[in-house]
Design a protein around this ligand. Structure first.
Ligand code: AMP
Length: 243
């Protein structure tokens, strides 16, 4: 479909704000999943979490899931080829036309380059450049969050046994399901995931910073305050003149 400049989605059009492709970056446990859920509600665009897509494949016992399982439980990264193709397919779905929140992707420079080319391809909507918001949290807080994290397998709500416990221990407030703990949310795997983050994902942050498409949000605050900081960052980045 050919679009005239007038018919292209604009970033700021009153209540028709088009968020476009938004990356939520940050170390394991900074709250990307929680914040992505809030942005989904606010902007009515999908969250695309490569971790969730991979875990879905493991749960369904697919070939891809079998390949990914061992790598994920070691805290290392799944092959770029697998993850890139998974994202490529997901971005072709219709619900992405006003934008999407990418959570946990890109994790290295190869994936960032792949994403930049994909988003720039005219078949993908909306035709807005990627913007990146990095959530920053201190190391000690991250460790406490990761080891205390509990998930509802049904509604996907995320709890923390210290900071945000359910009313009844081990039970989801929203649907009564038994909460689960991810196999990689242990201290040992956390240390490996942090090493992977420093070596491979920190350069992704530098990549978007150098392009002027990057803001940081202080994640050492309550969920609501972090959310406000992220929304302000998104508005600021979408208002910035494009190069
Ligand atoms: P997450 O749920 O984002 O914390 O991801 C959990 C695990 O899934 C990571 O430790 C990786 O093993 C794998 N994973 C998730 N996203 C990616 C990605 N973009 N590239 C490679 N591996 C990934």
């Amino acid at each position: 479909m050919t679009q005239t400049p007038e018919s292209r989605p604009t970033a700021l059009a009153g209540t028709d704000f088009v968020p476009g492709p938004v990356l939520l970056l940050g170390a394991p446990g900074v709250g990307k999943g929680t914040q992505a859920q809030l942005l989904v509600t606010k902007y009515n665009i999908p969250q695309i979490s490569t971790g969730d897509l991979l875990r879905g494949n493991i749960a369904r016992g697919t070939e891809l899931g079998l390949k990914a399982k061992e790598i994920m439980s070691s805290g290392h990264l799944v092959d770029d080829e697998i993850v890139n193709q998974m994202v490529l397919h997901r971005l072709q779905e219709k619900d992405t036309h006003r934008g999407y929140i990418l959570d946990g992707y890109p994790r290295n420079l190869e994936q960032a380059t792949f994403l930049d080319h994909t988003v720039a391809d005219p078949i993908y909507l909306p035709r807005l450049p990627v913007i990146a918001v990095s959530i920053v949290v201190s190391y000690d807080k991250l460790l406490a969050r990761i080891t205390g994290r509990r998930n509802c397998p049904v509604c996907k709500h995320i709890y923390n046994v210290c900071a945000n416990p359910p009313k009844v221990a081990g039970v989801c407030d929203l649907d009564g399901a038994s909460l689960t703990q991810r196999g990689d949310d242990t201290e040992q795997v956390f240390i490996e995931r942090m090493k992977t983050f420093q070596a491979q994902t920190a350069p992704v942050i530098a990549h978007y910073h150098d392009q002027g498409r990057f803001e940081e949000a202080d994640g050492n605050q309550g969920v609501e305050a972090v959310n406000v900081a992220i929304e302000q960052a998104i508005l600021k980045l979408r208002r910035a003149p494009r190069g």
